[in-house]
Design a protein around this ligand. Structure first.
Ligand code: BGP
Length: 480
């Protein structure tokens, strides 16, 4: 443990983050309908399938395993899990609601009571320990029926279905949930339209047009939710959620600098500009023109977007990105989720994600300089292989090192003047990885005995990082 001169705000929200599809399991219980995650096969090739046109939305158990079906069985074990989170001193816990537990098909008029009751029990359990829930309304879990019947978020009709869903949630949980996030990593849509927008592009040519149209629908849906949420829950705090990849130019060649700026604007800034500033940014016009993108809007959309701006920005931060205007194949940052070229100054995780704590300090400064609204880091962490020793211990010092450096970077950003309100590290309990669909890419302080092939007792145990994070929270980030 290191004593630091960090000064986190007194009410800083320390905790951890998860998503329904990656931990609940029970994929056909409680009246739940199928959603996108239920048809995503596990395996390291998942990420390739996600980006290939023509994804097949059928379950084929003769060919693939589907780890999200069982997750880590949080659906049945949430009490045990929440008790462990409370032991670490969690102030907040980020979870998502699986849309298809509430509306199994997504387009029904009436919600499924069993699904609503399940989350009510979970919230009550959290509140019993004074853990505040942070709820993501949509986290890569579009009901499958909306994908197959309507073509996902390309279809304007999803705005209405989402509005109905969000209204039900706000009304039902208004006394239990104050913090809401509308769409997880909304800006990942153009890179991975399948996850965020629920469609597999027909071709590379249609990918951009359809993604930006789908995004427009989500902007409208999010703005409606923000307005409704504030009406129904007067003290609600509703945020957007961005996948932020601090973007560097490879060198000082102005061509590369300009290119990095352009990439950062489209990926990091575009969605935030719409959701926080309440209007489409000026730079997007040229990009739309040059890429033959035209957005169909309805009367009133732009007013809605203006009226439904978010209260704060939440972000995931795992890695930075380094850009060069023309790159050779060898230079490609193979594995770095957001692409770019390899940064010679950075090491990577076992999955090729470049580790860059200073990039987080830069990200927080960039965001705060641009928007001047509170920031919340709701995802960050190291996916790693863990080894259970013969005596049962798991000595995940690499994870502690990663988190320590990122927490230090947040401390520096706060000194820089950034209004940072919380930190929920990703996958505080081991869960199914989104990009690989495997258990072996682990993030947790709590180990779950489950393997990639589905075997395992599902027993929970504490890793070395468990007590480390407990001390971090107890000392409000001063002892790390
Ligand atoms: C984010 C997603 C999460 C999560 C995380 C880690 O993009 O919001 O759902 O899974 O990445 O990614 P992975 O599980 O692929 O390591």
């Amino acid at each position: 443990m290191n004593q630091t001169n960090n000064r986190f705000p007194e009410m800083f929200m320390w905790g951890g983050a998860t998503a329904a599809n990656q931990l609940e399991g029970a994929y056909l219980e409680g009246g739940k309908g199928l959603n996108l995650a239920d048809v995503l096969p596990g395996g390291s090739s998942r990420i390739k399938l996600l980006n290939k046109p023509g994804f097949n939305f059928e379950i084929d158990q003769s060919k693939y395993v589907y780890p999200n079906h069982d997750g880590i069985d949080f659906y049945h074990r949430y009490k045990e899990d929440i008790a462990l989170l409370s032991e670490m001193g969690f102030k907040v816990f980020r979870l998502s609601i699986a849309w298809s537990r509430i509306f199994p098909n997504g387009d029904e008029l009436k919600p499924n009571e069993e699904g609503l009751a399940f989350y009510e029990r979970v919230f009550d359990e959290l509140l019993k320990y004074d853990i505040e829930p942070i709820v993501t309304i949509a986290h890569y879990e579009t009901p499958l029926h909306l994908i197959k019947e309507y073509g996902g978020w390309r279809n304007r009709k999803l705005v209405d279905f989402f509005e109905r869903y969000a209204t039900v949630l706000f009304n039902r949980y208004k006394d239990k949930v104050k913090y809401w996030l509308t769409f997880n990593e909304i800006n990942s849509a153009t890179h991975m339209p399948l996850l965020g927008l629920g469609f597999s592009p027909d071709s590379e040519e249609t990918r951009l047009q359809d993604s930006f149209q789908g995004l427009h629908h989500q902007f409208v849906a999010s703005a409606k939710a923000v307005k409704l949420g504030h009406e129904i829950i007067p003290n609600a705090q509703i945020g957007c959620m961005l996948l932020y990849a601090t973007t560097y130019s490879y060198d000082s060649n102005p061509e590369n600098v300009m290119h990095a700026l352009e990439e950062a604007r489209i990926f990091n800034n575009f969605c935030g500009d719409v959701q926080v500033r309440g209007k489409y940014p000026s730079f997007i016009k040229r990009y739309f023109n040059e890429n033959n993108i035209s957005i169909e809007m309805e009367d009133g959309d732009l007013e809605l977007i203006k009226e439904g701006t978010v209260d704060f920005i939440s972000l995931s931060y795992y890695m930075s990105r380094t850009e060069k205007k023309s790159k050779t194949l060898e230079e490609g940052g193979e594995g770095n989720l957001i692409g770019g070229v390899k940064n010679p100054f950075l090491k990577s995780s076992d999955w090729g994600w470049e580790i860059d704590p200073i990039g987080l300090r830069i990200a927080l400064n960039e965001l705060y300089d641009r928007y001047q609204v509170p920031l919340f880091v709701v995802e960050n962490g190291l996916g790693a292989y863990d080894k259970v020793e013969d005596d049962g211990t798991i000595n995940d010092d690499y994870r502690i090192d990663y988190l320590r450096e990122h927490i230090k970077a947040m401390g520096e950003a706060i000194k820089d003047g950034v209004d940072l309100i919380g930190y929920t590290s990703w996958g505080c309990i081991d869960l199914v990885s989104a990009s690989t669909g495997q258990m072996s890419k682990r993030y947790g302080f709590i180990y779950v005995d489950k393997n990639d092939d589905g075997s395992g007792t599902l027993e929970r145990s504490k890793k070395k990082s468990f007590n480390w994070y407990k001390d971090v929270i107890e000392s409000n980030g001063t002892v790390i």
